[in-house]
Design a binder for this molecule. Structure first.
Ligand SMILES: *[C@@H]1O[C@H](CO)[C@@H](O)[C@H](O)[C@H]1NC(C)=O
Ligand SMILES: *[C@@H]1O[C@H](CO)[C@@H](O)[C@H](O)[C@H]1NC(C)=O
Length: 346
C-alpha cells in the first residue's frame, strides 16, 4: 500500500468520525431543547404547559390505554403523560411498573438519571406476587401502590359521599352465598376455610374449574346473592382488592371478608358494611350467622344502611391510577430516596 493511499484512508476515516460526532451532538442538543419542539405529533398546546412530564417506562402488563384523557374527578391537566422513552432525558417522573421489569435489572432505565427526576415504583400485586424487590434498592424516590402509606395511594376502590341522602334499593335476592375464584390453591387459607364452610352452608363457586361466569355478567349474577366471599389470595397490610370493591360492594351484596384485620377494613369502609371471618371462632359459627341473617331480613338489611350516604367505586382501568399519580406527584417532596422497597413492602 502506498503512502498516498493510506493517507486517503485516514482522511476518509476522520471525516466520518467528525460527521458522526456532529450528528450525535445535535441529537443530544435536540433532546435537551425546550419541551415545545419535541415530539410535535404527541403535543397539544395545553400539554406544552404541563408542570410535569410523566414517562410510563412500560405499559403495565403490556396493556395499552388512553393517556392524557383523565376521567373526572381525576383530571390531570398539569401532567403530560407519555410512554415514548425518547422523553426520558426530560421526564420529571418515570413510573416503573414492577412486574414488567422485575425479571432483570436490564429492564430498568440504563441511561443516567437526570437531576430532579423521580423514579416511581408502581405495583398493585401483594408481596407474595412481587418478586425481586431487592433490585429496587437505592433506586426509587416514590412508591405507588394499594398501601395507604404509599407516596401515591392507588387503591382498588373507595367510597364517595353522596350529594344527597338516597335510600338504596337492595337488589332482588334469590341465592345465598357466592364466591369467584380463579387461582385454586388447596393449601391457601381461603380454600381451607371454604372447605370447612361448605359443610354447613351452600356456597356457589364460580371461576376456572367451577361454574363459568363472564365478566359482563358478573355484577348481575353476584347481585342476586345475599353474601359474597371476598377472600384475598394472601394476607398483607392493606391488601384489599376488587374482590371486596367490585365483586361485593359494587354488586350490591354483603362481603364476607378474609384478608387483613377488621381494623384495616374499617379504615376504608363502615364497620356495618361487611362481615369479617376473624369475628367467628369457627367456620360453623360463621355459617350459622349467615343462615341467621338469611332468616332475619331486618338484621340483614342493616348491612345496607351505609349505602344511603356513601357509594362504592372501583378502579379497574389503568388510566385512573396514573391520573391519580399526577395529582400526588405535584405534592411530592423535592427530594426522597427509598433504600429498600422490600423492607417496607414485605
Ligand atoms: C328512606 O327510607 C326510610 C324508611 O323506609 C324513610 O323513613 C326515609 O324517609 C327514606 N329516606 C329518603 C331520603 O328517601
Ligand atoms: C431519587 O433517588 C436517587 C437514588 O437514591 C437519588 O440519587 C436522587 O437524587 C433522588 N431524586 C429525587 C428527586 O429525590
Amino acid at each position: 500500500m502506498s503512502q498516498h493511499t493510506s493517507n486517503k484512508y485516514v482522511v476518509t476515516f476522520l471525516s466520518i468520525a467528525i460527521l458522526s460526532l456532529l450528528l450525535f451532538t445535535f441529537n443530544k442538543f435536540d433532546k435537551l431543547g425546550p419541551v415545545e419542539i419535541q415530539c410535535p405529533s404527541q403535543l397539544l398546546p395545553s400539554q406544552t404547559e404541563a408542570d410535569m412530564i410523566v414517562l410510563l417506562w412500560t405499559w403495565p402488563f403490556g396493556q395499552h390505554f388512553t393517556l392524557n384523557e383523565c376521567p373526572k374527578p381525576f383530571n390531570a391537566p398539569r401532567c403530560f403523560f407519555t410512554a415514548d422513552r425518547t422523553w426520558y432525558p426530560r421526564a420529571n417522573a418515570v413510573i416503573i411498573h414492577h412486574r414488567d421489569v422485575c425479571s432483570s435489572k436490564n429492564q430498568m432505565p440504563q441511561i443516567p438519571r437526570p437531576e430532579g427526576q423521580y423514579w416511581v415504583w408502581f405495583n398493585l400485586e401483594s408481596p407474595s406476587h412481587a418478586p425481586n424487590l431487592g433490585m429496587m434498592d437505592n433506586l426509587i424516590n416514590l412508591t405507588m401502590s394499594y398501601r395507604s402509606d404509599s407516596d401515591i395511594f392507588t387503591p382498588y376502590g373507595w367510597l364517595q359521599k353522596k350529594e344527597v341522602l338516597q335510600n338504596f334499593t337492595i337488589p332482588g335476592k334469590s341465592n345465598l352465598v357466592a364466591w369467584v375464584v380463579s387461582n385454586w390453591n388447596p393449601s391457601s387459607k381461603r380454600v381451607k376455610l371454604y372447605n370447612e364452610l361448605k359443610d354447613h352452608i351452600k356456597v356457589d363457586v364460580y371461576g376456572q374449574q367451577h361454574k363459568s361466569l363472564e365478566m359482563k355478567d358478573l355484577k348481575d349474577v353476584l347481585s342476586k346473592y345475599k353474601f359474597y366471599l371476598s377472600f384475598e389470595n394472601s394476607i398483607h397490610t392493606d391488601y384489599i382488592t376488587e374482590k371486596l370493591w367490585r365483586n361485593a360492594l359494587m354488586s350490591g351484596t354483603v362481603p364476607v371478608v378474609l384478608g387483613p384485620p377488621r381494623e384495616t377494613y374499617e379504615r376504608f369502609i363502615p364497620s356495618d358494611s361487611f362481615i369479617h371471618v376473624d369475628d367467628f371462632p369457627s367456620a360453623k359459627d360463621l355459617a350459622n350467622y349467615l343462615l341467621e341473617l338469611d332468616k332475619d331480613p331486618q338484621k340483614y338489611e342493616r348491612y345496607f344502611k351505609w349505602r344511603s350516604r356513601l357509594q362504592a367505586f372501583g378502579n379497574f382501568d389503568w388510566q385512573t391510577h396514573y391520573c391519580k399519580a399526577c395529582v400526588a406527584m405535584l405534592r411530592a417532596p423535592p427530594y426522597k430516596s427509598i433504600s429498600s422497597i422490600a423492607k417496607w413492602y414485605t
